[in-house]
Design a protein. Structure first.
Length: 91
């Protein structure tokens, strides 16, 4: 059975904001490292992925409720919805 379509991909939720950085700013502050980076598609926050120790991208979602992130890795263009827990498109 297919997942229902994501309702969070709307003009007010899916915008491109130039990444402020190509590092996890939260990891830099604590002296930690990360595995991959994710960018919030509402405000541009860049955080580390769930394979990283601190999971800052997910923490950002839990704090802000901004539902959509994209991979901030070269050659990757997928968009993930935290609410629906699925890849919902390409950027």
């Amino acid at each position: 059975m297919a997942n229902p379509p994501c309702t969070h991909i709307t003009a007010d939720q899916l915008i491109y904001v130039e990444p402020r950085t190509h590092v996890c700013e939260d990891c830099i502050k604590t002296g930690d490292t990360w595995v991959h980076l994710r960018q919030c598609l509402l405000c541009g926050h860049v955080g580390c992925c769930d394979s990283s120790k601190n999971k800052h991208a997910t923490q950002h979602y839990r704090t802000t409720q901004h539902p959509l992130v994209r991979s901030n890795e070269p050659g990757e263009s997928w968009v993930w919805c935290y609410v629906d827990q699925q890849i919902v498109g390409q950027f």
